[in-house]
Design a protein around this ligand. Structure first.
Ligand SMILES: NC(=O)c1ccc[n+]([C@@H]2O[C@H](COP(=O)([O-])OP(=O)(O)OC[C@H]3O[C@@H](n4cnc5c(N)ncnc54)[C@H](O)[C@@H]3O)[C@@H](O)[C@H]2O)c1
Length: 324
């Protein structure tokens, strides 16, 4: 059985849906600080906090068939992590330490971790592969890199095997439209552009139009949320087959500029996205694209939905249902 922590959140709920579809036994732990009960959609949900050691111990005692943990639970706002570093170190790093200690006690030794492209900081080259220097430029990135290092120590000392998946920009939604991205506050470009196009928020600001890119705006790598979830399943299978610890970057391999995203959202929604040009934000690199060659070569993973219009259509499908 798999314990999915943070399974009521955006990416976690897509993971849970795939586990349900595959008939893979699982339970969800989420404190619903950000997640939504409805997103778990019938899978068993235990409401609890990662920091509550007794709660975690009780879960392992009550469900002795748990052999693996997939960990999505974290705070995810880069800006907020700079304003409230303690909140991020506590939840994103100390929370995981708490969990790993409990796993050690319960003899559970397979762990899949949601890491992030933010561990690399300002790119020295693109596409960013696994060998790229790791130099986070935010507390958020620091907290995630610290967990990766913690996991190396738990592997050496206790044989806890882990797969860290460093996502680029998670996006889209399950094609059913039943679950999708629902952060509060929302900070990601595709949902914000949909909100602007549908009048649910004011015009967007395009931060920086003089970058050395084809249209002057920043280029980012958008990876479909179901493609991310599929990679976690491969990670679980690898660990269950007795595989060693791995770290993989997970991106689409192609970049799309802010203007391209706004154009595609406008086309899919059928209304233009109101947007105003603004100056660059400090610390925003011109281009962030991930290389997923390693996971493709090792496990045969490749994105099923690499096309931006498909990603945006799936996101729109979900938002449209919520608007109606
Ligand atoms: N969304 C992205 O583009 C992106 C990119 C890179 C990495 N990630 C990582 O992926 C993971 C999931 O991101 P998301 O976008 O689904 O975020 P999300 O906020 O939608 O989901 C996180 C879930 O974890 C839960 N949670 C948080 N703290 C908890 C705690 N202490 N105890 C129990 N539950 C807790 C929240 O209630 C929420 O349901 C995060 O670890 C994030 O750092 C996300």
């Amino acid at each position: 059985m798999i314990l999915v922590i943070g399974g009521a959140g955006y990416i976690g709920s897509h993971m849970v849906r795939i586990l349900r579809e595959q008939g893979e036994p699982h339970i969800v732990l989420d404190d619903l600080s950000q997640g939504h009960e409805a997103a778990v959609n019938g899978s068993t949900l235990i409401r609890g906090d990662l920091a509550d050691r007794e709660c975690i111990a009780r879960i392992f005692a009550e469900y002795p068939s748990i052999d693996s943990v997939i960990h999505f639970a974290a705070f995810i706002s880069v800006g907020e992590s700079e304003r409230e570093p303690g909140k991020y170190w506590k939840n994103n790093t100390a929370g995981v330490l708490n969990l790993l200690e409990s796993m050690k006690e319960a003899g559970v030794n397979k762990f899949v971790f949601s890491s992030t492209a933010a561990i690399f900081g300002e790119p020295t080259y693109v596409p960013i592969d696994e060998k790229h220097p790791k130099s986070p430029t935010s507390v958020y990135g620091d907290t995630k890199l610290a967990v990766e290092r913690m996991l190396e120590g738990f592997d050496r000392a206790h044989g806890l095997k882990s797969v860290c998946l460093r996502y680029f920009n998670a996006s889209g939604a399950d094609p059913s439209g039943e679950i999708g991205e629902n952060h509060s506050p929302e900070e990601h470009l595709i949902p914000l552009a949909i909100f602007a196009a549908t009048g649910r928020r004011a015009a967007l600001k395009v931060f920086g139009t003089d970058y050395p890119t084809s249209d002057g705006t920043c280029v980012r790598d958008y990876i479909h949320v179901n493609d991310l979830a599929a990679a976690h399943l491969l990670a679980i299978r690898h660990l269950r087959d007795g595989g060693d610890s791995r770290r993989y970057n997970l991106g689409n391999g192609q970049g799309f500029s802010v203007r391209q995203v706004l154009d595609v959202v406008g086309k899919v929604v059928g209304r233009p996205v109101p947007a105003d040009d603004a100056s660059r934000r400090p610390g925003d690199p011109a281009v962030l694209i991930g290389s997923s060659d390693a996971i493709q070569n090792d496990w045969g993973w490749s994105p099923c939905y690499p096309d931006l219009e498909t990603i945006v259509s799936h996101a729109w499908n979900w938002h449209q249902k919520r608007l109606n």
